[in-house]
Design a protein around this ligand. Structure first.
Ligand code: F6P
Length: 388
């Protein structure tokens, strides 16, 4: 179904359905900047423009299963645009595999569906990544729930949208960190390894690495050759560049024969995950960044240090760009619901904001295509991507 970006077409594209009077909002998965901006973007028009009741579901799907909710009023959406995190709370819990006190997991999908009905919800807005969309689709199929999704993650790897909110803020944080690390690397003539988040996709490492002028950028999509990386650093040294910045995504790992070629849709995710896990076990508690720094120091005889940015990349106030994106996606979600359009995720395609069927999104990963312009850009400014 070729969705147009014209709201007036949307109602026709799915047919008129009963108008929503009461909606639920939940945030699920890892938090990210601009979640509150997105909640606000949905809640304000839903309340004031469409006259809906808005119920906040606390701590993701766990709150739906445990029936922990809060009726939201205008005051709840005030003053949150610039606040990081999610005032509703979040969790990584899934209805069909809900952890219970003894550590086992129980399928509580039926409970989630029952509570959706008990709350008299006409639609559930789910802010999350690929996993959240998959869990939302499961509820839609099993309980005929009306769902609208919004794509969030600093990893920027949700299928079906060109960009997720949270990404721009994380990229800014990482680029600023790289800027700061340049001065100390230069003073000590060192290799500074910067480990970023990004388990399965390298958008954050690639974008921030190019923005920060990194000399090496290693991403999960391009399993790297350690000797090739070391040679690029030694070659820099020979050209008088006595320090280097190496950005490595936490999910990046050395090439193995089975994974040498690219993997645009993440279809080899299982194999990559296995290779990544294998590396993680080799790297040990220090993580891949520390392991890489030690390996490069040993190969180049240059001092190497590591900075693991961790959850700093997910914290704090969102950039204006993320606030804009989250507000836009949120208001379109409210508009879709008012028009009776469900079972979709609101996505950005080019400059347009369009609804994409959840079936298209769920369970898929948007990894960096090997022919992506940003890969070419990095190569053109002499960045080593570990493969040549
Ligand atoms: O949300 C995505 C992400 O930030 C990944 O990049 C990272 O590996 C993971 O979440 C960390 O998860 P947690 O916050 O549960 O440790």
């Amino acid at each position: 179904m070729g969705w147009t970006s014209r709201p007036d077409d949307w109602g026709d594209q799915v047919g008129e359905q009963a108008r929503a009077r009461c909606i639920g909002i939940l945030t699920s998965g890892g938090d990210c900047p601009a979640l509150n901006a997105a909640i606000r973007g949905v809640g304000k028009p839903a309340l004031s423009l469409h006259g809906m009741e808005v119920i906040g579901i606390l701590d993701g799907f766990r709150g739906l299963v445990e029936n922990r909710t809060r009726t939201l009023g205008e005051g709840d959406f005030s003053g949150i645009l610039t606040k990081g995190g999610t005032f509703l709370g979040t969790s990584r819990d899934k209805p069909h595999r809900m952890p219970i006190t003894d550590g086992s997991e129980v399928d509580l999908t039926a409970v989630a569906i029952t509570n959706y009905r008990r709350l008299h919800l006409d639609c559930l807005v789910c802010l999350g990544g690929g996993g959240t969309m998959k869990n939302a689709l499961r509820l839609m199929k099993q309980g005929d729930l009306r769902i609208v999704g919004l794509p969030k993650t600093i990893d920027n790897d949700v299928w079906g949208t060109d960009v997720c909110f949270g990404y721009d803020t994380a990229l800014t944080i990482v680029a600023e960190a790289i800027d700061r690390l340049h001065s100390t690397a230069d003073s000590h003539h060192r290799i500074m390894v910067v480990e970023t988040m990004g388990h399965n996709a390298g958008w954050l490492a690639l974008g921030a690495g190019v923005a920060g002028g990194a000399d090496v950028i290693l991403i999960p999509e391009i399993p790297y050759n350690l000797d090739c990386v070391a040679d690029s650093l030694v070659s820099r040294l020979r050209r008088g560049r006595r320090f280097s910045i190496v950005v490595v995504a936490e999910g990046a790992f050395p090439a193995t024969p089975a994974l040498a070629e690219g993997d645009p849709e993440g279809k080899k995710r299982k194999k990559r995950a296995q290779a990544g896990e294998a590396l993680a076990s080799v790297a040990g508690a220090g993580g891949v960044g520390a392991w890489l720094a030690a390996e490069l120091q040993q190969r180049t005889h240059l001092e190497a240090r590591v900075t693991v940015l961790g959850h700093l990349q997910r914290g704090g106030t969102p950039t204006p760009a993320d606030r804009l994106l989250a507000t836009r996606l949120g208001t379109v979600a409210a508009d879709l619901i008012a028009r009776g359009v469900y079972g979709v995720m609101v996505a950005i395609r080019g400059r347009e904001c369009v609804p994409v069927p959840l079936e298209e999104v769920a369970g898929r990963l948007r990894t960096v295509p090997l022919d992506h312009p940003l890969i070419e850009t990095a190569r053109r400014v002499g960045t080593c991507l570990g493969d040549e």
